[in-house]
Design a protein around this ligand. Sequence first.
Ligand code: A3P
Length: 266
Amino acid sequence: ILSTIISSSPSEVTNSQQFPKAIIIGVKKCGTRALLKFLSVHPAIAASSQEVHFFDTPKNFRLGSDWYRNQMPIATTNQYVTIEKTPHYFIDRHTPKRLAHLLPDVKLILILRDPVIRAISDYVQIKSRHEYYPTFDEFISMKNFTRWTPIKIGCYAIYLRRWLKYFPLERIHFVDGENLIQRPWEELQHVQKFLNISNDIRQENFYFNSNKRGFPCIKQPNGCLGSSKGRQHPFISDITRAKLKNLYSTCNRQFKQLAQINFPWL
Ligand code: A3P
């Protein structure tokens, strides 16, 4: 065995695919892509470019853990933190148990936004794939609107409760997605601390791009997100907003208690 190791070229010894040390588990439309993009510039991080969908998709899960590891980016020895993001994990029933079984020490990152804005963002994404689609106000005036998935996802407490059956709270880091847009370096500082890596991504690494509707970009080639992120939101009536705010108030209260955090919009 020793002779095999010694005869290997340096790149074979140093570059490898690792199981993730951290996973951005959600929430969809809360800034998961921006967070991963910003983290990926850190020298200690190897970030997977695609959403992996291992734990939540039966055909992938059946392929086993070797398949999962093979989806990870090649990491150099300096990149000792491999990260993937699959926002659907947060709401999937099977993922918490499966993940805890395969990677009991993994760190979880959950980014959240005001659920009213999250719902509008989800709606805008769905609408972009349809030629004719009801307005957001029309959806919210329907009788069973609370059963509509873009509305259900915003009740974060329901899903967090499932995760806490398998992971202690200290292993979950909550990112304020509203602040990631305003002062991304603050959120990045907390995440770097949680991951036990140096505070390399700082305020001076960001700029706000007027071509990108004022969203923050990272100072590097292609440092802004693509056109499917930071879309224009439609006009929403005050009645609809008030209705949703009211709907989410109990969920938000429960979430605050479970997560023991207090973001300004919660
Ligand atoms: P909108 O496109 O509705 O504005 P996700 O990556 O989880 O799908 O989240 C998409 C949302 O990330 C976008 O929703 C946008 O508001 C938000 N976002 C946060 N930081 C961003 C950034 N730097 N550039 C673009 N979008 C960002």
